[in-house]
Structure formats: C-alpha cells, structure tokens
Design a protein around this ligand. Structure first.
Ligand code: OGA
Ligand code: NI
Length: 195
C-alpha cells in the first residue's frame, strides 16, 4: 500500500469528486477477503426498502455487513479508518463512522441507477466500492457506470480485484450493469451522523 494514497484520494475528491484506483491496497487484502466471503453462506438478499416493502426489481444482490471484530476485515478497516482521519484532518468533513457490506451479484443480477445518500438525509457523505474479482473480463458484464449530475456517463469501472472507487455520495448517480458470473465487492459509506 502506498502511503500517498490518502493524499491522492483527498486531492481527487476536492478536484473531481471521485477517484478510481487500480491495485489500491496490498495484494494480500483482496485475496483474503474473497476467500472469507466465499465461505459465508449468510448473505442476505438486498432490496430497496421503503418502510416494510422491499423492492427487488431495482436491486438484485446479496449483502453481508462487515464486522469490526473479524480479523480478515481488520486490514481493510484499518485503511478506511486512516482515510477517515486524513479526510477529517485535511477537509474538516466531520466523518463520524464508516459502514460497509460485502455484496454478491450472481448471473443476471444488477443494481439500477441510484444515489447512495438517502432521500431527505445527508448522512452518507462519501461512498467507497472495493472489488474482489480475479480474472474479470469485459464479457463478464457487471461494470459500475458512474454518471455526473447532468446524467452523462463519466466512466465505466471493471470490477477487477483490488480496484477501489471513491466518490461523493450525493453527486454521482451510478449503476451496476447485469453480471454474467459471480461478482464480489465491498460497498461502504463514510457518514456524519451518530451510529
Ligand atoms: C451500492 C453500489 C456498486 C458496486 O451498493 O450502493 O452502488 O459496484 N454498489 O458494487
Ligand atoms: Ni450505490
């Protein structure tokens, strides 16, 4: 892991509002996380929750919230903790905590275009997405499409292992195109409210 990563991320968020980093963390980290998540059978079907009604037509993936007490996840959370401190020190963002979940998209799964900050709340300030897929090619689908506020496509990200995407949660609509094979990621959010 290169120590300038915190500064690079901070500078990019100020300048562009988003950044995509390939080979972001030490290579041990994604390999261990992938091994761990493949062994779990407790991933939950995710949907868009509108009070009690869960709409699976807009989102089809399975998720598992990251657990601070789990060793394998500690290295990843060490990175996000340091990033949170760096962002707070340099930009006075007042980020209070980070929440994250593993997500599994299987053949045909997708997540339609959305914003990560909840309606009428500005709790989710910065989004991170970290990919765990070895040997991903264009034909496998599942790209993350990032749009600007005018809904023009800014970029498409191939979800290959150790690629990290970070963006301002309120400013970038994004979607996950349908996947053709198992796709693993960790989606996370820096927030400003109390846990
Ligand atoms: C999300 C999300 C993107 C991805 O979970 O909100 O947009 O590439 N995930 O997994
Ligand atoms: Ni999202």
């Amino acid at each position: 892991m290169n120590t300038d990563i915190y500064k690079n991320i901070t500078d990019a968020l100020v300048k562009d509002g988003y950044i995509i980093i390939e080979d972001a963390l030490h290579t041990d980290i994604p390999a261990k996380l992938l091994h761990y998540i493949k062994q779990q059978n407790s991933l939950q079907k995710a949907g868009i929750s509108n009070n009690r009604y869960i709409d699976h037509s807009r989102r089809r993936d399975k998720t598992l919230w990251i657990d601070e007490d789990n060793n394998i996840q500690t290295q990843f959370l060490q990175f996000t903790n340091r990033l949170q401190k760096y962002l707070n020190t340099s930009l006075y963002l007042g980020l209070s905590y980070y929440e994250a979940h593993f997500a599994l998209y299987e053949d045909g799964d997708f997540y339609e275009k959305h914003l990560d900050s909840f309606k009428n709340s500005k709790n989710r300030i910065i989004t991170t997405v970290y990919y765990l897929n070895e040997n991903w090619s264009k034909e496998d689908g599942g790209e993350l499409v990032i749009y600007n506020k005018e809904n023009k496509i800014l970029t498409k990200v191939i979800p290959k292992t150790n690629t990290l995407v970070i963006f301002m949660s309120e400013d970038f609509p994004h979607e996950v195109l349908p996947v053709k094979k198992e796709r693993y990621s960790i989606a996370g959010w820096f927030r400003v409210d109390k846990k």
